[in-house]
Design a protein around this ligand. Structure first.
Ligand code: GLN
Length: 276
């Protein structure tokens, strides 16, 4: 069977399964089954499809497993990250958090800024920050050993010298202080309905932030100030519509809200606080 023919049938099956963007996904699955990239496939429409391999991938996607887990990778900030079950799939809006962090580091002009990524998951934020600003000293922590294993693979694969640590919140950080703490914490309210890709496959400890979704921000508001140098920054991603509430639970006598940054959809997505 030619690839083009396989793709036509695959597009239909994916659409029936409720997958959006079925055309692009069928193409990516075909390319993955053949071990080639999409560009090669586009240039070789007459290629023979590996039907068996394609069928296995297609069935996984029909069950709404995230495409990124099936392909084993997701692009973030221009680099390919290894992802699989056990870590949150990096999201495009999280690139805004990286931008805010980079701008903060540039404005501080420190010789060796100390950066902490709390809840690193795949390591996408920590690794990107280290590669974009090699002079930074980057520590990444997570509550999940499985996530840290994947973050370590990413750090190795992309040659980013990042310190990785298993830690429940700041439990293993003790009295260390940082110039910048970044976090894309779990912020979904427990009862919020989610797409099957997210609800059925992504790790719940990476998604849910308690009844109102704000538990991790409360923790950060309490504990981050003790781990920030004076003038240091706390940059967090927030869920759609959460900016005001997060500002209220984090801001206190030690932390000022300095910036609210919108993502490409116009949603207030990243908050930067400064340690007084
Ligand atoms: N820091 C990772 C990311 O932004 C994981 C975040 C999380 O698991 N909540 O993708």
């Amino acid at each position: 069977m030619k690839v083009a023919e396989w793709k036509r049938a695959a597009v239909e099956r994916l659409a029936v399964a409720g997958v959006e963007g079925a055309h692009l996904e069928a193409q990516l699955l075909a390319a993955h089954a053949l071990g080639v990239d999409r560009t090669w496939l586009l240039a070789h429409p007459e290629a023979e499809m590996n039907v068996l391999a394609g069928e296995v991938l297609l069935q996984r996607r029909e069950r709404r497993e995230p495409l990124a887990y099936i392909l084993g990778r997701r692009e973030f900030y221009g680099r390919d990250f290894i992802v699989r079950e056990g870590v949150l799939v990096p999201r495009q809006e999280t690139e805004v958090l990286v931008d805010v962090a980079l701008r903060f580091l540039d404005s501080r002009q420190l010789e060796r800024p100390r950066v902490l990524d709390l809840g690193t998951g795949s390591g996408c934020i920590a690794v990107t920050l280290k590669l974009e600003r090699p002079h930074a000293d980057v520590t990444a922590i997570d509550i999940s050993q499985k996530a840290l294993d994947i973050a370590e693979q990413n750090a190795e694969q992309l040659r980013a010298d990042v310190r990785l640590l298993l830690s429940h919140g700041f439990s293993e950080i003790e009295d260390q202080k940082f110039d910048l703490i970044v976090s894309n914490p779990p912020y979904i309210p427990t009862n919020e309905p989610l797409m099957p890709e997210v609800a059925d496959y992504e790790p719940s400890e990476a998604l849910y932030g308690g009844e109102d979704g704000l538990d991790m921000y409360r923790m950060l508001g309490h504990e981050a100030p003790a781990h920030l140098r004076i003038g240091g920054g706390l940059a967090v991603e927030v869920g759609a519509g959460q900016a005001q509430q997060v500002a209220d639970v984090v801001r206190d006598e030690d932390l000022d809200l300095a910036e609210v940054v919108r993502d490409f959809s116009g949603i207030e997505r990243v908050l930067l606080f400064l340690r007084k």
